[in-house]
Design a protein around this ligand. Structure first.
Ligand SMILES: O=P(O)(O)OC[C@H]1O[C@H](OP(=O)(O)OP(=O)(O)O)[C@H](O)[C@@H]1O
Ligand SMILES: Nc1ncnc2[nH]cnc12
Length: 171
């Protein structure tokens, strides 16, 4: 299915030069949202995952329903200071800024097969940070799934060693 008609592009948001891909029209169409999640879940199922991990906030929009459909564990990766127990934490850069992400230390067990998901892959900073946290806890990252991949941004070698799946690509 072609999901692009359900993505709105906003020029120069949140900063000049950024072409922001707004996924809320897709989410507002229940049938289309469900189909997108099912496509992503199918990819995850083929990878025989134990855990779906996703960075807040928009990663939860895809990660939670995927975990629900697959009846697998969901692990939230949160901006620093939001998780109440012991965490591992890392700093990262993204298309329009800098932040820190954290994950509960006991959220992933050594050897868990982990699928990382997010709404969008831009510079790869967020996903690289998430991969680092999952691997620090001994998880095996078996794939990374996105609704949207921005192919026009430079990501260097960040995801070279990983299997990447995306429903839509913007050149
Ligand atoms: O590949 P990158 O350059 O790292 O950019 C992609 C990330 O940027 C957005 O999240 P954002 O940090 O804006 O937070 P939000 O989900 O809370 O809106 C998006 O949801 C991805 O997580
Ligand atoms: N261009 C973009 N559109 C939407 N979300 C983003 N996150 C990082 N870059 C983005």
């Amino acid at each position: 299915m072609d999901y692009k008609p359900y993505i709105e592009i906003i020029e120069d948001y949140p900063t000049k030069g950024v072409r922001f891909k707004d996924i809320t029209p897709l989410m507002q169409n229940g049938e289309v949202y469900k189909k997108a999640i099912e496509d992503m879940a199918e990819y995850a199922k083929a990878k025989d995952v134990d855990v779906i991990a996703a960075p807040e906030a928009r990663g939860f929009v895809v990660g939670c329903p995927m975990a629900y459909v697959l009846q697998k564990s969901f692990v939230p990766v949160r901006k620093a200071g939001k998780l109440p127990r012991e965490v591992v934490e890392t700093d990262y850069g993204l298309e329009y800024g800098k932040a820190s992400l954290a994950i509960h230390k006991d959220a992933i067990k050594a050897g868990n097969r982990v699928l990382i998901t997010d709404d969008l892959l831009a510079t790869g900073g967020t996903i690289e940070a998430t991969i680092q946290l999952v691997e620090e806890l001994g998880g095996e990252v078996v794939g990374c799934a996105f609704l949207i991949e921005l192919a026009y941004l430079e990501r260097g070698e960040k995801l070279k060693a990983y299997d990447v799946y995306s429903l839509m690509t913007y050149e």
